[in-house]
Write a protein that binds this ligand. Structure first.
Ligand code: MSP
Length: 540
């Protein structure tokens, strides 16, 4: 696809110091399913994730472990962050770390450019500073004290009053871009989604933007300003740039990396949690305008995963490691659950009971049962070969029509990043097919020799629907669908990942004579529906 624009999806880069939890895995899973879907549409795709590694907290924890910050970050990436991608089967194309030379060089190049364009100036920064965090706080990061602390601003992480500090540093002329940003968002109402996020961003900009300090002198572990190396780039204004530095923003002209930038930027969608929407939908596009770069097509803000009604986070000790769930139900069910049980863009509660109930009803009894029934009957009544269908009955025609309609419906839902909607359409098709088998009763037809043609039609129809279901579910459940593909004898059609969404609705592709393979259940019954200690098992 040389020359054509790649569909470019990003996740936020995760704070390397945190331990991966299901809140992080949630964003990555969504990005992964989205990019796999687009790949199956035949598009060139680029999916980026990575880690945010600068800042005092990283330096301090490294010191506590008597290692250099770089070594500390290396260790966390190798031992926690990269394995976390494997746990959920994320097929990212690249992994950016903010301590990599390609990023550091790019950050310096970018801010040099912005400075040359006249969007930086020197000033005095005065703001709340938490000694515990060793960090300047944004107004939204601090809370009003009460009781003995009444009148003071408190760091919620440390429960202690913050100090007001002053330092000389560099300011970014954010205020200069308010009008241009508003005009952009009015022209592109889809540039921030869902609608509630769009409204929030526009209202925020309409209230007026104030210039913002983009460098820090009190922090050492960061990217030095090229023109004043005693200061480092404020960690957010370093981290946001990963989206361009990873794809070759500062690469040698003419190099393959520079070519990648030309064919990949702007991003089609930045997936972010709603807590970091303002950074992505206000500061980031203003930075890009200041540098003269095109703006991303969309920032999509998803909701929070709540555990016992609270946002899950490491500091609240409710952070659940993805592996805890994957060890229990497998990575496919993990992906299926988080994408289907919570509408993307809304908050949703995680509970083991809900996970277990959906696993059992929708995956084990729904999809898994459909596959094993169909394959077992082809095995038993047709010597293991998918039979030729005879003339279609009304029920066959209706099911085929539903299958074809499902392809379009699911595809349209994915365009809206409505994963739950897309999965709901596919699940409806699975349910309709289970019902079809129950009503057509192939096991009764099998007893009457004169019903042989009808039996064949029913089984061929069910297998053909399963082919379509495997293709549509592949971006969500890569492993289980590979097993379906194999079980249906569909491998002669080519690799599952290469089956095109837009062609899958064409009826009658599973060849007559395809050899089905009986195997272990797709979704085995859970040994222990609610794992002991699961509610409390969290981060150390
Ligand atoms: N490092 C910054 C992002 C920089 S991007 C240029 C950061 N990192 S983070 O690790 O704290 O959060 C990364 C993402 O995880 C955010 O999108 C955040 O919303 C998401 N989540 C963290 N906890 C979450 C939940 N409980 N639920 C859903 N997503 C959550 O912010």
């Amino acid at each position: 696809m040389a020359g054509s624009k790649a569909y470019y999806v990003t996740t936020p880069i995760y704070y390397v110091n945190d331990a991966p939890h299901i809140g992080h895995a949630y964003t990555t899973t969504a990005g992964d399913a989205l990019t796999r879907w687009h790949r199956q549409r035949g598009a060139a795709v680029w999916f980026l994730t990575g880690t945010d590694e600068h800042g005092t907290k990283v330096a301090r924890t490294a010191a506590e472990h008597s290692v250099a910050p770089q070594q500390w970050a290396d260790r966390l990436v190798a031992e926690a962050w990269r394995p976390a991608l494997g746990t959920i089967d994320a097929a990212n194309d690249d992994f950016i770390r903010t301590t990599e030379p390609r990023h550091v060089i790019g950050v310096q190049r970018f801010w040099e450019q912005v400075r040359a364009n006249g969007a930086l100036y020197q000033g005095v920064y005065e703001g709340p500073y938490c000694v515990g965090c060793e960090e300047f706080k944004l107004p939204g990061d601090v809370i009003e004290g009460s009781g003995e602390q009444a009148g003071a601003l408190i760091c919620p992480l440390h429960g202690r009053p913050v100090e007001l500090l002053r330092e000389e540093n560099w300011f970014f002329r954010l205020s200069a871009y308010a009008e241009e940003l508003l005009a952009h968002y009015r022209r592109h109402p889809d540039a921030v989604a869902p609608r509630s996020a769009y409204n929030e961003v526009v209202a925020f900009i309409e209230r007026g933007l104030t210039d913002i300090s983009m460098s820090r002198s009190a922090v050492q572990w960061g990217v030095p300003l090229p023109w004043q190396p005693e200061q480092v780039v404020y960690v957010w204004f370093d981290a946001l740039l990963n989206y361009i530095t990873a794809i070759g923003y500062a690469a040698e002209p003419g190099s393959p990396q520079a070519q990648r930038f030309a064919t990949t930027w702007p991003a089609d969608v930045h997936l972010v949690g709603k807590d970091i929407l303002r950074f992505h939908a206000v500061y980031w596009p203003a930075m890009l305008l200041a540098a003269g770069l095109p703006l991303p097509r969309q920032v999509f803000a998803h909701g929070w995963l709540l555990v016992s009604g609270e946002k899950m986070s490491k500091s609240r000790l409710t952070g659940i490691a993805p592996s805890l769930i994957v060890d229990h139900v497998g990575s496919d069910a993990f992906r299926y659950y988080f994408l289907s049980a919570i509408r993307f863009g809304s908050d949703g509660s995680f509970s083991w009971e809900d996970l277990t109930a959906r696993y059992t009803a929708e995956l084990a009894n729904g999809l898994g049962n459909l596959l094993s029934r169909a394959v077992a009957m082809v095995d038993r009544y047709c010597a293991g070969e998918v039979p030729a269908a005879g003339p279609q009955s009304t029920a066959d025609i209706a099911l085929a029509a539903l299958a074809q309609a499902t392809v379009g419906r699911a595809d349209a839902a994915i365009d809206e990043l409505d994963f739950a909607g897309a999965i709901g359409h596919i699940r409806d098709l699975v349910d309709a097919t289970n019902l079809y088998l129950t009503e057509e009763q192939p096991w009764v037809l099998a007893r009457a020799p004169e019903q042989r043609e009808r039996l064949h039609s029913v089984l061929a129809t069910a297998c053909e629907v399963l082919r379509i279901v495997a293709v549509l579910y592949h971006p969500v459940m890569p492993h289980a669908t590979e097993r379906m593909w194999h079980a249906l004898g569909a491998t002669t059609l080519g690799p599952l990942a290469e089956q095109r969404i837009d062609e899958t609705g064409r009826w009658g592709q599973l060849p007559v004579g395809a050899r089905v393979v009986r195997g272990e259940p797709l979704f085995p019954r859970l040994a222990d529906p609610d794992p002991p200690e699961a509610e409390t098992a969290g981060m150390p």
